[in-house]
Design a protein around this ligand. Sequence first.
Ligand code: MF3
Ligand code: CO
Ligand code: CO
Length: 252
Amino acid sequence: MPKIKTIEEINLMRPACRLAANTLVMIEPFIKAGVSTEYLNTLCHDYIVGHDAYPSPLNYHGFPKSVCTSVNHVICHGIPSDKKLKNGDIINVDVTVYLNGFHGDTSKTFYVGEPKVRAKKVTEVARKALQVGIDRVRPLATLGDIGHAIQSYVESEKCSVVRDYCGHGIGREFHEAPHVVHYGTAGEGMVLPIGLVFTIEPMVNLGSYKTKTLKDGWTVVTRDKSLSAQFEHTMVVTETGVEVLTLPDGKY
Ligand code: MF3
Ligand code: CO
Ligand code: CO
């Protein structure tokens, strides 16, 4: 059963979620050709620690870095390295921070320089896929309503939704119940209770949804090497609908 958060707990989660979002704002201007993902990792790490928080991925089930950096055909869980970004790349930076005893989780895909047609396509479909999912969130909607809306939109754009990884409840633990899959049937699945805090984070591929994990045990890539993009927010079900918690300062 999912844990429902009290108002007090949600108030404690706000700073964690806001800090994660602010980290993405901080990193954006550094994302350019010639920069290594390791450098981006260091900047995010120092920013998070500098705000008295802990980068949740670091040592999480052995993950070796503080953020995930997933470039081009990497779907998720990319490990920052000395490899440098090139013009035309797309890169998802996935930031999760632990502050006040709670986690906040958000990610965005960025363009390195000017995007090519296919990179722009998959990225803009992923951006809208997250919004289409958020738009379904309200009390008495079901998880299937969210998944169905995302899948229908993404497939109408001739892209595919990754099946092997999903959104999740979040709170005192990084990953809590329920699993929030990004495909499905309207009306099916758990009814959303007020106070449920969870993520939506659709991974959208230009080709097939099939995944493969590299020998490093973490990096998840598209089997067909097609481009993949992702956006993620942490949100709470409210009486009137939804409140996105991972908005940066200035966006409230
Ligand atoms: N931030 C990812 C998510 O959205 C999880 C990363 S797990 C890690 O759920 F270990 F790779 F960091
Ligand atoms: Co997440
Ligand atoms: Co994340």
